[in-house]
Design a protein around this ligand. Sequence first.
Ligand code: SAH
Length: 355
Amino acid sequence: MTLRDRIIRRIRLDGPLRLSDYMADCLLHPTLGYYTTRDPFGAAGDFITAPEISQMFGELIGLCLAQSWLDQGGPSPFTLAELGPGRGTLMADVLRATRAVPGFHAAAQIYLIEASPKLRAKQAETLANHTPHWLDDATALPDQPLFIIANEFFDALPIRQFQRDGQGWRERVVGLEGDSLTLGLTGPAPQPLLTHRLADTKDGDLVEICTPATPVITALAGRIARHGGAGLIVDYGDWRSLGDTLQALRAHETVDILADPGQADLTAHVDFEALAGVARANGCAHSRLTTQGVFLERLGITARAQTLAKGQSDQMRADITSAHRRLTQAGEMGNLFKVLGLTPPAAPPIPGLAP
Ligand code: SAH
């Protein structure tokens, strides 16, 4: 039975699905989900991420986390973790770049939070020279200093969408028309999670919330606030979400979100204000939201690109220049992607990010 048939059967039995339930099934159904059944990255896949574009991304992130670790006195042991590591490329680049930082590797215990068995196997291959531990979710991270990176993780967490109707909200749901999946709206109802959005929205506006992000940020922020550490959250999105940002990607093209459940990647923009609020409520300080382009330039990506290009073939030099552009320029990933840093309140700011 296809995932689409299962979803239709579920709707016939239980009624329309919240978008978050639809998205969770599409992405992580144990046998038919998008991430559980494939390696979606790269030119031959559905989308490409910053670490897959160039090693420079992971190297600079690694040195940034290592500098934060030094700035906080080099605690040992500490957790070096990644949320949603994909192919393991970013963590491999982090580890290679930090080899020369005295004491960093000896003190680091590597944790990868990954839901997909298929991608866990790929990560084990990529990181064969290290001994990572895998976890199902961030709440199981050890209680010790935590230095953690999440690139394009939060955009994969299921969202709910609400449309403003007077003082209430209608929730967008996935229902059935005959044998076709369709989007519908529930009747209007008060929504306590959105009280703060009554002030900045009008009738008909659509807002999104990502409830599964809350326990993740709570887990990170609590550990960073209590034991020290730093968190880097890199993703597309903005300080406050407004409008429909849910999209399906297949073979680098945008497709209908209902067209092929489990066959396309589903993502939504990250509401960084919501993440920062949860971090603050758990005792953490956070940086200013900074564009990826500015962050990488402050960390020295231009110098790194020049070093890498030295003595290389014309083709290699052109590839490095093109990767540098894609990662940093406005109109490419440079201003679409943002970075939010988490630290203990008294810690020095994370390199590249203003407090
Ligand atoms: N960070 C990687 C991959 C981003 S794709 C990169 O930049 O290339 C999203 C990753 O998060 C995948 O590895 C996916 O399997 C994982 N993932 C998605 N939802 C998850 C969840 N709820 N819990 C743990 N991992 C999840």
